[in-house]
Design a protein around this ligand. Sequence first.
Ligand SMILES: Cc1cc2nc3c(=O)[nH]c(=O)nc-3n(C[C@H](O)[C@H](O)[C@H](O)COP(=O)(O)O)c2cc1C
Length: 197
Amino acid sequence: MDFDHPPPDPLPVFRTWLEEAGALDLPNPNAMTLATADADGRPSARTVLLKGLDARGAVFYSNSRSRKGRELAANPRAALLFHWDALARQIRIEGSVTQVSDEESDAYYASRPRESRLGAWASDQSQPVDARKTLLARLDEARERFAGADVPRPPHWHGYRLAFERIEFWEGRDFRIHDRVVYEREGDAWRTMRLFP
Ligand SMILES: Cc1cc2nc3c(=O)[nH]c(=O)nc-3n(C[C@H](O)[C@H](O)[C@H](O)COP(=O)(O)O)c2cc1C
């Protein structure tokens, strides 16, 4: 990335940085922090995995009844953050979140291991649970319920797509004289700005 002359489209840079993180021997190079806020603007953050990326945005999957799901329903604006320490790189993304199509969620769900699909039925994500054994009992119930059959996608489990409105690339340099470039949507094009570190 030439920070003085950033390419007009941030997507190829994003892909290259992801690929370079993926080439290192790191667990979950596609892990990103997802920040949401409730209707009163109170923020919360957690890690999710990037499962799709194209010009429409970045896709992750979750339970729509979870805290993040409820916050996104009340306030669809969110931010994503990648940090690859081994590469001294960070990507910050902001935008609006929508639900992906049922077909897209079904296709991803079908690619998950059966136990993970059962887990999506067993877990009331973000709700209190008294003990691990309760969770395991719920998993057993799901196993019995779908014994010998396909495990369908729960209607409350689906993909979310964050459409890019702002993307910032940061690369660490010696003595904190880092490089930063931010892309902001301007209609169909992008406006770029270099920022002081
Ligand atoms: C490396 C890592 C990857 C994760 N990936 C996901 C994910 O893709 N989807 C998800 O719902 N939760 C994922 N989680 C769990 C979330 O961080 C979080 O605990 C959960 O979604 C509940 O968050 P909430 O109560 O704010 O909704 C992941 C956690 C870690 C540490």
